[in-house]
Ligand binder design. Structure first.
Ligand SMILES: Cc1cc2nc3c(=O)[nH]c(=O)nc-3n(C[C@H](O)[C@H](O)[C@H](O)COP(=O)(O)O)c2cc1C
Length: 159
């Protein structure tokens, strides 16, 4: 028996996650979008996945260029998450956010809690989304606390 969209949302919002910005590079410039659909896949080889709506520009660039980075946000980066969640140009999204070009040639956010630079090793379509599997080429970890998302709202770890 199929469930309706509201039932799907009401159920899935009870899954607590971190928040990431997935970044990419096209010949026209840097791209990025907020994503919570990140998960680890395999340790050896080191693979992770993200699920990106087929309508997203960032997803298009990743499928074309076969490279992306996952930037895990800190509890101080709620504004960065909002900035990368659509409604603005790619130039606006990167405004006031420190970044540099990483090893694989995509932008990485300097103040992220952790970054994983990846090469796409597999991709497939599932409903409205692309499931993109990346093999990690480079990581960087910082010290800090993660930004969390639960019940359709940002959350922080209680001290
Ligand atoms: C907290 C949060 C999590 C999100 N997670 C995802 C996700 O995992 N996959 C996805 O396709 N869109 C996700 N979105 C929506 C995208 O960030 C948004 O549609 C995107 O930035 C739009 O990019 P575009 O202008 O290239 O279409 C999320 C938005 C928010 C606020």
């Amino acid at each position: 028996m199929a469930i309706d969209n509201q039932e799907f949302k009401n159920t899935l919002k009870l899954w607590a996650s971190g928040v990431s910005v997935v970044t990419a590079q096209s010949k026209d410039g840097e791209l990025g979008m907020t994503a919570t659909s990140f998960t680890s896949v395999s340790m050896d080889p080191p693979q992770i996945l993200v699920c990106l709506n087929e309508t997203t520009e960032t997803g298009d660039a990743i499928l074309e260029n076969k490279k992306f980075a996952v930037n895990i946000l800190t509890s101080a980066q709620e504004q960065v998450s909002n900035q990368f969640a659509g409604g603005t140009s790619m130039d606006e999204r990167f405004k006031n956010v420190a970044w540099h070009k990483g090893e694989v040639g995509v932008p990485v956010l300097d103040e992220a809690l952790a970054i994983m630079e990846c090469i796409v090793v597999n991709q497939f379509k599932a409903g409205t989304h692309w499931v993109v599997i990346g093999e990690i080429q480079q990581t960087r970890c910082n010290v800090g606390e993660p930004l969390l998302y639960f019940n359709s709202a940002y959350q922080k770890i209680a001290s």
